[in-house]
Ligand binder design. Structure first.
Ligand code: PGA
Length: 250
């Protein structure tokens, strides 16, 4: 069952300059004001270059949380090309995306590194947004629930204080321009399995993967879905606001 809190957020992935990101943030700030409709919790995850400018544009009291798309598990050190959780927090991030399938596929993220990053995020007061999702072959084999439960339990393994953790269920086959949007019936079983396995230890389950204003209502109505994590459909503020209206009224 969905709790009373609903979430709506977007990651820009590797799109947008600082100017484009801050223009987006300013438009969103002006549209949302101090209080989003029905208390929907909002977040925007720009590229690392724009975390600080977006946070500054939104303002410290903004109801829109700013996030990082990735951060390392170590607090500092010889990790060329990485940023740490404290650095992300210093830039204004309050939420950090961990284990997106693109990072698992292309940057060697594993369940073990995801868990290290969840621990580091919690240590530094950031909300971990842990992405889990099965690939097409696993989906075809009918083993989606098993795989996402394994990913989620590994991410939380041995960790205390995980109530802040958000999960995003994102079937790999549904993500991006080559993805096939998942239907509510396909989402229901993995989400129910996640709820049964770790629901008591986390702050919520979001759905992500080719979300659009056309399919958002059906996905929000899936029992156990607390909100939406959106890519392309929210990269323009008008798209984000259309999804916000749908989220607020479900
Ligand atoms: P998409 O991206 O909405 O563009 O499919 C979703 C995601 O990768 O989180």
């Amino acid at each position: 069952m969905r709790g009373s809190v609903r979430w709506l957020g977007t990651s820009f992935k590797m799109t947008k300059t600082i100017a484009e990101s801050t223009a987006y943030a300013a438009r969103l700030r002006d549209a949302v004001g101090a209080e989003p409709p029905s208390g929907v919790r909002l977040f925007v995850i720009p590229p690392a270059t724009a975390i600080e400018p977006v946070a500054r544009t939104l303002g410290t009291d903004s109801p829109v949380l700013v996030g990082a798309q990735n951060a390392h598990w170590a607090d500092e050190g010889a990790w060329t090309g990485e940023i740490s959780m404290p650095q992300a927090a210093d830039a204004g991030a309050r939420i950090v995306e961990i284990g997106h399938s693109e990072r698992r596929a292309h940057f060697a993220e594993t369940d073990a590194t995801v868990r290290l990053k969840v621990a580091a995020a919690l240590r530094h007061g950031l909300v971990p947004l842990v992405c889990v999702g099965e690939d097409a072959a696993t989906f075809a084999a009918g083993r989606s629930a098993d795989q996402v439960v394994a990913q989620a339990t590994a991410a939380l393994d041995g960790l205390a204080g995980t109530e802040a953790v958000l999960l995003a269920y994102e079937p790999v086959w549904a993500i991006g321009e080559h993805g096939r949007p998942a239907g509510p019936a396909e989402v229901a079983e993995p989400v129910a399995a996640l709820r049964a396995a770790v629901g008591g230890r986390i702050g919520g389950v979001l759905y992500g993967g080719s979300v659009s204003p056309a399919n958002a209502a059906g996905l929000l109505d899936v029992p156990g879905v607390d909100g939406l994590f959106v890519g392309r459909a929210a990269w323009r503020v008008a798209g984000f606001l259309a999804l916000l209206e749908l989220t607020a009224t479900r």
